[in-house]
Write a protein that binds this ligand. Structure first.
Ligand code: GLC
Ligand code: CA
Length: 589
């Protein structure tokens, strides 16, 4: 097991005086897959508590928990049945409080995941809406509409679900007397178990006010806000203009101007910000925040709109996550968000992995990963080219070493510190992502980046994921783990010199020492045609995205006073100005 670098008495001291979230290192925990304390094959809060030493060893300052509210788990917690409690498989509010207290002792804050765009079909409001008449107040908190056509058999409009199939589901429960219109339809931007909430309704506004207060009172320091792109609709719900045949089934929703990036959404974010600011002004010791989740890659104007001072504190930058492994693409992916920072003062929230995206080791190991045209804004359907995992891991390490140097905060996703690849061999009958079912298996979905974490090489405990029950048995993990998971486990790679896990721990340290102390700014510098080079104050970081070593000119004025202080391939850190193929080196004076 790893030696924790922080103990309960060793609160992490911030190397910078900025509000913590502006340059924090945050670790995303997919609760279901992190650690299972009671042997039922499902991760839980007590499991997270038992593994906090691992998170602390990376030098992180906050944990973002994927949704852990009561939920029938049709979209693994993104279908919330009750925003004020903990899902029974994951524990209780007492377990949550204990986790928060333990984390706080390690100097680690907790962020929750807020799901405003929709709730669950098991939310009491939706149950009440089903039991009520068409046009009743109970239905007004959602988007219930009569169908088109004489018998109301056609959906109210042509909108598509982001998981495939129509965005409307018809009730078979309505009285046939609905003026001959039959059962109403309700709108769901995602799965049919996720009815969209109407944020123009006063009850919905009040609900979210109460949610913020409830979790802030418990000691939560902020929220990752889910699916902000699709929150807010054109009031008339007009048909979406037709899209071309080249648009993939999972992309149609995101091109719908009547439900994506709507001004009505910004009204919601302004209300949320007012709630947070009001709470903060009566709790001056707190630094609260919310970070927006939307795919605004290569669209700086959107990032600016979401991070106006009266809206989000930050927005995820997925640009580097989705960029090809090629100099100009990497530069653009880095410079767009940095330009916004220079203009608005809002630092990016950088990300290379999350629970919706194929893991970076697999993506960058693709035979076409270096081609500018593989750049895509589609978060699911990526290249299907062959994968070289060793190359992918090397490139992933180099990209990670870049992103740790940049101004802003950085969100890591559990397992990336182990260099875990995407898992493909999940049998169809074990796939759980609604995307798989809703596309009839045409899209495999996101299960492959959600496979339970390997902690040890012991297959009998699901590689340390599950703590055995009293009788010594463990339940099957909720998603199957591949046989090589043991070799990739925390305890195994902790014994390997220069493993990816060691690299992440070192990066946390050099980030504090050489990056966080620098101003919140960065520029690219031209020190050679092959490399990506960034200067941040006294730190210079050079990425070689090519398959050949590159010799830098150490007499170049930008390099004159710098020494290598970190290399993504430590065995290849030279003082001669050589940047090995597919690697990154940090230089400082
Ligand atoms: C966000 C979440 C994703 C979820 C969707 C619907 O994109 O990250 O996991 O399926 O919203 O809530
Ligand atoms: Ca469990």
């Amino acid at each position: 097991m790893s030696e924790p670098s922080a103990t309960s008495n060793d609160h992490r001291t911030r190397p910078s005086a900025r509000p913590w979230w502006k340059d924090a290192l945050v670790y995303q925990v997919y609760v279901r897959s992190f650690a299972d304390s009671n042997g039922d094959g499902v991760g839980d809060l007590a499991g997270i508590r038992s593994r906090l030493d691992h998170i602390a060893s990376l030098g992180v300052e906050a944990i973002w928990l994927n949704p852990c509210y009561p939920s029938p788990q049709h979209d693994h917690g993104y279908d919330v049945a009750n925003y004020f409690d903990i899902h029974d498989e994951y524990g209780t509010l007492d377990d949550f409080d204990a986790l928060l207290a333990d984390a706080r002792d390690l100097g680690i804050k907790i962020l929750m995941d807020l799901v405003p765009s929709h709730c669950s079909i098991e939310h009491r409001w939706f149950i009440a809406a089903l039991a009520s008449d068409p046009n009743s107040p109970e239905r007004a908190r959602f988007y219930f509409r009569d169908g088109k056509g004489d018998a109301g058999n056609e959906p109210p409009n042509n909108w598509q679900s982001a998981f495939g199939g129509p965005a409307w589901t018809r009730l078979d429960t309505d009285p046939t007397a609905n003026n001959g219109k039959g059962g109403q339809w309700y709108l769901h931007t995602f799965a049919r178990e996720q009815p969209d909430l109407d944020h123009t309704h006063a009850d919905v506004n009040q609900l979210f006010d109460e949610i913020f207060k409830f979790w802030f009172d418990r000691g939560v320091e902020g929220f990752r806000v889910d699916a902000v792109a699709g929150t807010g609709k054109h009031p008339d719900l007009p048909d979406q203009p037709p899209v071309g045949p080249e648009v993939g089934v999972l992309d149609i929703t995101w091109m719908n101007e009547y439900t994506v990036f709507r001004p009505e959404g910004h009204d919601v974010w302004r209300r949320f910000r007012t709630t947070i600011d009001n709470y903060e002004s009566s709790h001056p010791d707190r630094e609260l925040m919310m970070v927006a989740e939307a795919y605004a890659v290569r669209r700086p104007e959107l990032v600016k709109a979401f991070t106006e001072p009266d809206q989000f504190h930050q927005m995820f930058s997925f640009d580097l996550m989705l960029t090809p492994w090629e100099k100009h693409s990497i530069e653009r992916a880095m410079l767009d968000p940095i330009a916004i920072l220079a203009e608005t003062g809002v630092p990016p929230a950088w990300t290379l992995n999350n629970h919706d995206i194929q893991r970076i080791v697999t993506r960058l190991g693709r035979a076409d990963a270096h081609l500018p045209e593989v750049w895509t804004n589609n978060n699911l359907a990526l290249s299907r080219a062959d994968v070289d995992l060793a190359l992918g891991e090397r490139r992933a390490r180099a990209m990670t070493a870049l992103i740790f140097a940049l101004p802003g905060s950085l969100y890591l996703y559990q397992g990336e510190e182990l260099g875990l690849p995407e898992v493909f061999d999940i049998p169809a009958n074990r796939r759980e992502d609604p995307v798989f079912e809703r596309t009839g298996g045409a899209e495999i979905g996101r299960d492959g980046c959600r496979v339970p974490m390997p902690w040890t090489n012991d297959a009998s405990s699901s590689y340390g994921f599950s703590t055995p029950r009293a009788d010594g048995t463990v339940g099957e993990p909720w998603l199957p783990q591949p046989a090589e998971w043991g070799e990739r486990s925390v305890s195994e790679i902790d014994d390997i010199e220069n493993s990816t896990l060691h690299m992440y721990r070192s990066l946390g340290e050099v980030r504090d020492e050489f990056a966080v102390s620098q101003p919140l700014e960065a520029q690219t510098i031209d020190i050679g045609p092959e490399v990506v080079a960034v200067r941040r104050g006294e730190l210079v970081v050079v990425v070689n995205p090519t398959d050949q070593p590159v010799q830098l000119d150490l007499d170049h004025p930008e390099m004159a006073i710098t020494q290598p202080v970190f290399a993504s391939e430590p065995a290849e850190m030279h003082t001669t100005g050589v940047i090995p193929a597919n690697s990154t080196i940090w230089f400082s004076s």
